[in-house]
Design a protein around this ligand. Structure first.
Ligand code: C5P
Length: 285
């Protein structure tokens, strides 16, 4: 048997990080939005005892430690299903970009596996959270959601199909755990600010250039000193959109309801820093 699924990327339109918890994670309040940009996963299933092999990750991590292998093993333990899984992935989402590729890959694989032998939703949710904090959004968040707790509390909201330019540095990527540690050092004495969730939705429904008055990404200060991001922000300042980094970086984006703004942003980025970045035009779903 052979099954295929797309695993879409996300951007965080808002990301407020609370204090470090005793379990090593941080409380979050975020607005996640799903992108058209996607990895493609194909799963081949043969009879036999349980095993999982993932092909196509090209040395991103040690074999067997990737998010899809971990998700498949947890699903097997919970469902008792046996079989030999070979997962092939066409990787289009850059790694360590803050676009959620690894989490989305795992979520898409779990959805496919769950069609073979469905688990109760709360069990699937538990597995998703064990694989990674962003995985519940990809399984249960629809195209846009408010995400809270460690990432496990997901409230879908009506999405807006906006244009996006994604800009990924060629020689700079970000480890999530290191970015959180960097953030803790930067703001040891600050009190985090969370917005009332209903207000967050109201702001999201306003025009993108107005978001800058209320939305923010707490990780932005962790890259703000780097000349490339200063340059990108200066380019974004003159445009009718909202620009910041996604997740803990390294991807910078600008989102707008005006497609000509996205085209203009791409031209400007290519003209000024084109040798140091890779750009994609995409859309929020
Ligand atoms: O859950 P995930 O494996 O994606 O998290 C990677 C790392 O990011 C964690 O080990 C932790 O250091 C940090 N993290 C955090 N608080 C969160 C999510 C992630 O501190 N809510």
């Amino acid at each position: 048997m052979n099954m295929t699924a797309q695993a879409h990327a996300k951007i965080n339109l808002h990301l407020a990080v609370g204090p470090l918890r005793s379990d090593g994670y941080h409380h979050l309040q975020s607005l996640f939005a799903r992108l058209e940009l996607a990895d493609v996963i194909t799963v081949d299933i043969e009879e036999g005892p349980f095993s999982v092999v993932v092909e196509g990750l090209g040395g991103v991590c040690e074999p067997g430690t990737d998010t899809m292998s971990r998700a498949a093993r947890l699903w097997h333990e919970a469902s008792g299903w046996d079989g030999r899984l070979t997962v092939s992935i066409e990787k289009n989402i850059p790694v360590q970009s803050g676009l959620g590729g690894g989490s989305s890959d795992a979520a898409s694989l779990l959805s496919l596996l769950n069609t073979i032998k469905p688990l109760p939703e709360d069990r699937l949710h538990q597995i998703a959270t064990r694989v990674g904090s962003d995985v519940p959004f990809f399984l249960f968040g629809g195209n846009a959601a408010i995400v809270e707790g460690r990432g496990e509390r997901v409230t879908p909201i009506a999405s807006r199909p906006l244009g996006v330019l994604l800009v990924m540095p060629r020689d700079f990527a970000v480890s999530t755990a290191e970015a959180y540690a960097h953030l803790d050092r930067l703001r040891a004495h600050e009190t985090p600010r969370f917005i009332d969730p209903a207000r967050l939705v109201d702001i999201y429904n306003k025009s993108c250039p107005m978001w800058v008055d209320s939305l923010y990404n707490d990780f932005y200060p962790t890259v703000a000193e780097l000349p490339l991001y200063q340059r990108l922000n200066a380019l974004g300042d003159g445009l009718e959109g909202y620009a910041t980094i996604s997740g803990s970086g390294a991807c910078w984006y600008i989102v707008s309801e005006d497609d000509s703004c996205i085209r203009e942003a791409e031209k400007s980025v290519q003209d000024h820093v084109g040798d140091r970045v890779v750009c994609w035009q995409s859309r929020l779903l």
